[in-house]
Every structure is written in C-alpha cells, then in structure tokens.
Design a protein around this ligand. Structure first.
Ligand SMILES: [Zn+2]
Length: 427
C-alpha cells in the first residue's frame, strides 16, 4: 500500500502514528489523521491551509478523501469483528458509545462491516483509499439485494462520481436480475415508508417518506410543477430560498388539492427507452435520471401520465434548431435529459433543470443539442453571475461545471510538498 500524505517534515511518521492511533494514544485533536494499516496507509498531516494554492488545496482534499476511505475500512473491520464475537447489537452499541454515532448510522456502519466480509475486492479498494466509502455502501447494499458482479462495480467505483455510480449500480442490478428490473422495483415498492412527526428539537412538523423511483418521479414532477407556479407569482426582489419554495409547494399540494388537480395536466413524465432493432421492441427503459423501469410498467404509466414519447439514436440524435428558435424544444429537452441525466453541476433531477446555451444565444450561439446543457436554477446562476464554465470531459464525453480558477493568495507559512499532493489526482 502506498504511503501518501501532505507535509514533508513528517514523512517518517505514518507507521508510528498509525500504531499510535490504533493504540488510542493520539488525541482526537492531534495534528495527524491516519488511515490504512500499520506499515503504510493514507495519512494527512495538519497544514495551514491558508498558505496553499488552489491546486494544492484540492489535491489535499483528494488525500483526505482517501484517508477517510481507509478509516472507513478499518471501522467496518472492527465493527464486523465485534459483531462476530458477540452480536450485531453489541457492535451497534460500540459504534454509538465509541464513535458517538446515531442509532441509524451505527446500524448502517455495522451492516456495511458485515457485508464487506464477503466483498473482498470492495473491501481492499476501500482500505487502499481508491473506493470512496459512499460507493462501497452502494455496492454492499446492491450485494444484499441480489446478484452483482462485484469486480466490475468495484472497478467502475474508482472512476465515477457518486451520482453517476448510483445510476450505474441501479442499471447493473436490473441487468443482473435478468427480469428487466422487475424484482428490483418490487423490492423498492416493498420498502416504501413514510411518517409525519413533530421534531422534539425544533417543534417543526417533519414529513419523511420514501417511494420507489416510478412513483417518486411522478411526485417529484408534480412538486416541481407547483414550484414553477409559485416561482412565476413571486416578487423577483423578494424570493424565498429553494428549500422554502419546495416546502410551500408541498403544503399547497396537500392543503389545496383542487388547485393541485388542475396542475397535473401540465406535468410531463419523461421515460426513455432504446429501440431494439433485432427484437423489434423497446428495451432498457429508464426514467430521465437513469433509474431503470421495467418495460411492463410502461403501459401502465402511459395511462396515468402524459408521457412524451421520444426514442433517440445515440449516434445521430443531435437535434438541431440552429437560430430558428431561442428556447430548447420539448424533444431537445428530452434528449438533454437522456444525455445529461440531470444538472451537470450538481446532478439535480432533470425535472428541476433548464437548458443552457454553452455559446450564448446573444452572441450567435445555436439552439442545437451540441450547444445545450442541462442546469438547475442555482447552477445556472453560478454560470451567469459567478463565471463558472461548462467543460466536456474527453474520456467520457460528459459535461461538467467548473468554478473559475482564481490566482492563489500570497503564501503565508509552510506549503505542502508536491510529493504528497501528487497521488490525489488518481482519485
Ligand atoms: Zn445544479
């Protein structure tokens, strides 16, 4: 295992400090956090971050991420060992007592520890820092739900961000189940739950519910439509926050259902499917955010919702309107939802997104698919007000938003040594 880190003067420390942490002799507020096993591992030295340039600062975050993964692997191993010696209740109790974990995260951590016992590739990837903890949890959950190709998922986990990987796992589960995602959807339906309660902490009423993706996307579409209604009626100089508007929309839908009923007609549910030329039928149906939908669900959905039928050929599906119209057509929006699967900045569902011209319309930009990307309201502001820019990744062809690079502040004190920062770029 590589020994990587930030902070030159302490490069001989990892082994000793790993041992010290294992022994509990390093105080929580100590200068160094270690992950990995004795003899190596990922380590991060304390540093005055005000003295770091942008690149060093982001590289440092990468190293911290790898150290967190390593620590997550050690935590999982320890909890699983306690559960093996005693039982899961004892392991959860230890997590609550020693990690100050909530009951919920203690259960989730112990579950991960037990699942990783039989997922060798994922466990090793987590320990060496190349698979992030959240990705490992997705793999572990999928493994608990049905057959998976662990090697494949563990390798993809090292290359994809969280949102993309979540969709990859969903699609993979549907493929592996060999029943077009039917059993997966049934399991998700069984896991629906909801509750309404008053928080003892704040006195506020909390609605908490989870639905399968097919019901979920319909609810999200109705809420998004109600939000757009509210947005239209707002005083532009005195707008509520996005979360406040979502709360207002839900309250309106629940308390004034007649107004909500009128809205439903204007709600479009986007389902995308490939045309299988050999089988002469639709295949690989999915919601705009990539969640798989069994083909058998399509007919039923078509009765309940206004579905925008659109089949795209990935190779030739570049829909061009040129300078004929400024705003994206419905078909282009559908194609964008399929291509970008949500906001290219923050992965928000396509329901909440608008089409943005990469080369602005005002200076001759065309309303062609190649000049459009999906962004949410917030990220759209980042582009127009804060100078964020659209980039296309060469490797995947995916679009992403990047903040403007600013010149680093004048260095003050100790700087990171370049040797430590380099491995982070692999993450
Ligand atoms: Zn966004």
């Amino acid at each position: 295992m590589d020994s990587i880190g930030v902070g030159g003067p302490t490069q001989t420390l990892p082994v000793a400090l790993t041992a010290a942490v294992a022994a509990g002799s390093v105080p929580a507020a100590g200068a160094v956090v270690c992950g990995g096993c004795a003899g190596g591992g990922v380590w991060v030295a304390d540093a005055d971050v005000r003295g770091l340039g942008d690149e060093e600062l982001t590289a440092r975050l990468g190293v911290i991420g790898r150290a967190e993964s390593s620590l997550a692997a050690m935590k999982a191993a320890a909890l699983s060992e306690i559960a093996r010696r005693h039982d899961t209740a004892a392991a959860e109790h230890a997590a609550r007592a020693q990690l100050a974990a909530s009951g919920r995260s203690a259960r989730s951590d112990v579950k991960l520890g037990l699942a990783l016992d039989s997922l060798d590739v994922t466990r090793e990837g987590l320990a060496s820092g190349v698979i992030p903890g959240a990705h490992a949890k997705l793999i572990a959950r999928a493994a608990g739900e049905g057959p998976i190709d662990e090697k494949h998922l563990a390798s993809v986990a090292q290359q994809q961000g969280y949102d993309q990987f979540r969709r990859t796992v969903q699609r993979h589960q549907a493929d592996q189940a060999a029943d077009d995602g039917k059993s997966l959807l049934e399991r998700q339906r069984e896991n629906r739950s909801g509750r309404v309660f008053t928080s003892s902490e704040t006195g506020m009423t909390v609605l908490n519910a989870q639905f399968d993706p097919v019901i979920g996307v319909q609810i999200a579409a109705v809420v998004a439509a109600a939000e757009r209604d509210l947005y239209r009626d707002e005083d532009p100089d005195n707008r509520p926050s996005h979360h406040q508007r979502t709360a207002d929309a839900i309250a309106k839908l629940l308390l004034e259902p007649s107004a909500a009923g009128r809205r439903r007609g204007g709600t479009t549910l986007l389902i995308v499917a490939d045309y299988d030329a050999v089988g002469q039928g639709l295949a690989n149906a999915r919601l705009a955010d990539g969640s798989p939908v069994p083909i058998s669900e399509l007919a039923q959905l078509a009765c309940d919702a206004q579905i925008l039928p659109a089949i795209f050929d990935r190779a030739t599906g570049d829909l061009c309107m040129g300078r004929m119209c400024r705003f994206a057509t419905d078909a282009q929006r559908a194609a964008l939802a399929l291509r970008d699967q949500g906001c290219i900045g923050c992965a928000k569902s396509p329901i909440y997104c608008e089409a943005h011209h990469i080369v602005p319309w005002e200076i001759g930009g065309r309303t062609d698919l190649a000049n459009l990307v999906l962004v949410c309201n917030r990220c759209h502001h980042h582009i127009h007000d804060d100078g964020w820019q659209v980039h296309r990744r060469h490797a995947t062809g995916n679009y992403e938003l990047r903040p403007p690079t600013r010149s680093p502040p004048e260095p003050t004190t100790a700087r990171t040594d370049a040797r430590g920062a380099a491995p982070a770029s692999k993450r």
